[in-house]
Write a protein that binds this ligand. Sequence first.
Ligand SMILES: Nc1nc2c(ncn2[C@@H]2O[C@H](COP(=O)(O)OP(=O)(O)OP(=O)(O)O)[C@@H](O)[C@H]2O)c(=O)[nH]1
Ligand SMILES: [Zn+2]
Length: 202
Amino acid sequence: MTEYDDVIAELEIDTSIDLPRIEKAVREILIAVGEDPDREGLQDTPKRVARSYAEIFAGLHQDPGDLLATTFDLDHEEMVLVKDIPFYSTCEHHLVPFHGTAHIGYIPSHDGKVTGLSKLARLVEIYARRPQVQERLTTQIVDALVEHLEPKGALVVVECEHMCMSMRGVRKPGAKTVTSAVRGQLREPATRAEAMSLIIGR
Ligand SMILES: Nc1nc2c(ncn2[C@@H]2O[C@H](COP(=O)(O)OP(=O)(O)OP(=O)(O)O)[C@@H](O)[C@H]2O)c(=O)[nH]1
Ligand SMILES: [Zn+2]
């Protein structure tokens, strides 16, 4: 039994996340920026950051295959689209947040294999809760759909604001980055236009 066991259980954290090591590193960062890690307000900060990192990087230890293993046969071969899925991720270049919304559409396989709608939002979480770049987040989501649902087509659109462009660096708050990844039948202009109009027509 370690002092971290209750945290690991509460947050359902994968035990391969090394909480004491994060804590040590955060203490070092505080010293390096010129702070006193032993002053009252900062005493518990390394521990808090370790817990919060375990949460925001939990996706590194989660398998989208497990998530999408449960499918059901609905005989629905038309487009399914879940839009405006909010999420937070962490920029792998600066370790500050980027956040926004994801839109996921797919046309089920010939046998109408579909997944639960919540699983699409959970899929976003698995890939968002990692050190990320927006482009990779977008393609990982669409490729997981293709691999595990074998849809006739799939499309993912992600819109984000990056804190590394807002609070530092170029300092352009409000600038939005939009990325998309399209596979299969959704590459066809008419089908793609239908999906995009469903996303934009909010
Ligand atoms: N393509 C892409 N770039 C990103 C993403 N997140 C951050 N970046 C960019 O990564 C780049 C890193 O550039 P560097 O020159 O190595 O780092 P930097 O000196 O901190 O750059 P500035 O942010 O311009 O101050 C920056 O241009 C960021 O805007 C992302 O999700 N996708
Ligand atoms: Zn960044």
